[in-house]
Design a protein around this ligand. Structure first.
Ligand code: CO
Length: 496
């Protein structure tokens, strides 16, 4: 590990990331720990850090000698790292989904995966089996007194925040119908309408799409209860993984992609492998008025989006007559072919995600796009208190090299006003996952606090917890975890 704060990443080192070290990060999680005390191997845990870092991601990538076709098909495993008075402990549990329990009992895959994992037996065994296994592997957040393990195509699973015991599939107190989609990307409104809220959505898609926008209370006795819900129909197929919020709007980007379900039905491909970019057509920004905002009850508005494809947004805010949204734009939809081995993929063929800002003028309908960095990035975040407001700083995971796609190996702090940057790098044998910005309690300095994330440490084939100072990315502490956790997805911080 090396710190290269305030220095640009070295392009030379970047082309020599260790591919074997990267591939070793796709392993099964072998143990479940309960409140095991862990100690830093470097630095000290800041005493002011008091709370829990929850993280979700695929924890099971192989069963009975069969590897998943794509890591996104791996069963969800929750890690909880608790901080109190400078002490840290770790617990982890697989989400006890119905599919995981059945497959544990039988010792083999019984379901097809959305990203192309097939049941044993070839296309004949897979054709016409259109069941989905809700793998609860994408994100974990706390709402009310429960944890939600999220997977966007179906209902959330609820868990005990302390023990990580799975309670089961949840209807959110009757808000959701059985099987109803519930996004894995809620946004937390820090209090633009008086108190903290969780804003989220569910999307049902086909030739036409229905987006349900929901807001839940996050404070006091009503925490976890639905505040508002609205539903809107849009023309065309929608792949909406994420969205952004402002005080008045929920901002979506409807990518220009099409879905041909035939190879899925015939057992040749996973459902997500049937998505492809729609030549000659462009995506759309969809702005849905929030029920608590100035445009409540009005129809959604639609604006032409730039070419390309977006999974994740950084943030959005309002300025005069515009809504500005910052997102990670890919030049094209990265397809996952049925015959490809993800561990052998040619990184030079994968499109790189570039952070860009789109200003949507609500009056003259014009959309102006500005690129904020040429470096491939993912998992960009702001200080949570700046959600929905213009933020000066962003933290993100980046490839070490300056252009083109490569695995994520470094953390960048980007000043969004002048594009100054600081970088902390784990290259060549370390690989980072999503960074969380934890702001210092009571501070109103935007970059005061910590950036926290897990890295796959290829040198020791294990997972490290890294805590950096948010303002300059210098190291506060590194903790070697007693379990190996595969490259993961999303997580959240809960203050105590
Ligand atoms: Co995501």
């Amino acid at each position: 590990m090396s710190t290269s704060a305030l220095k640009p990443a070295s392009p030379k080192a970047s082309r020599h990331f260790d591919r074997h070290a990267w591939a070793a990060g796709y392993c099964n999680v072998e143990r479940e720990l309960t409140n095991e005390i862990i100690h830093p191997v470097k630095g000290k845990i800041p005493k002011e850090l008091c709370g829990c870092f929850y993280r979700n991601g695929p924890g099971l990538l192989e069963r009975n000698g069969q590897r998943v076709h794509h890591p996104f098909d791996g069963d969800g495993m929750i890690t909880a790292i608790r901080f109190r008075d400078g002490e840290v402990s770790i617990s982890n549990r697989f989400v006890r989904t119905e599919g995981w329990q059945k497959e544990e009992r039988e010792g083999k895959f019984l379901y097809r995966g959305v990203f192309g994992t097939q049941k044993p037996g070839g296309p004949i065994a897979n054709a016409f089996d259109l069941r989905f296994k809700n793998i609860a592997n994408t994100h974990v957040v706390k709402l009310g007194n429960q944890l939600l393990a999220l997977w966007e195509a179906a209902q959330p699973h609820t868990l005990d925040p302390k023990t990580l015991e799975t309670f089961g599939l949840s209807t959110m107190d009757g808000v959701l119908k059985p099987g109803e989609p519930f996004s894995a990307h809620p946004r937390f409104d820090p209090g633009h309408h008086g108190s903290r809220r969780m804003v989220t959505f569910g999307v049902k898609t086909g030739p036409k799409s229905t987006v349900r926008l929901m807001e839940f209370s996050c404070e006091g006795e009503n925490s976890g209860q639905l505040i508002s819900s609205r539903q809107d129909n849009f023309k065309g197929f929608s792949f909406l993984h994420d969205f952004a919020i402002t005080p008045n709007w929920a901002v979506f980007l409807q990518n220009a992609i099409s879905f041909n379900p035939l190879p899925f039905i015939l057992g040749q491909k996973g459902a997500a492998q049937c998505l492809s970019s729609k030549p000659g057509s462009r995506g759309k920004f969809l702005l849905i008025p929030r029920d608590c905002g100035a445009f409540a009850g009005q129809a959604p508005r639609s604006f032409e989006a730039p070419d390309g494809f977006v999974f994740h947004h950084l943030n959005a805010w309002e300025s005069n007559e515009s809504v500005i949204v910052e997102s990670i734009h890919y030049p094209d939809f990265p397809e996952v072919g049925p015959k490809e081995d993800f561990l052998k993929m040619d990184f030079s063929l994968i499109p790189a995600g570039i952070l860009s800002r789109c200003e949507i003028n609500l009056v003259n309908q014009k959309v102006t796009t500005t690129s904020l960095s040429k470096q491939c990035c993912e998992f960009a975040t702001t200080n949570p208190l700046r959600q929905g407001l213009s933020a000066r700083y962003s933290w993100m995971a980046i490839a070490e090299q300056e252009t083109g796609y490569a695995p994520l190996q470094a953390i960048k702090k980007l000043d969004l006003t002048n594009l100054d940057q600081s970088i902390w790098s784990a290259a060549p044998r370390g690989f980072v996952s999503e960074p969380l910005m934890v702001s210092k309690v009571g501070s109103n300095i935007e970059d005061e606090g910590w950036v926290m994330f897990l890295t796959w440490n290829g040198s020791r084939k294990g997972t490290d917890l890294v805590i950096l100072k948010a303002n300059n990315l210098t190291e506060e502490a590194i903790v070697e975890l007693p379990i190996s956790i595969p490259h993961g997805l999303h997580g959240s911080w809960v203050s105590e």
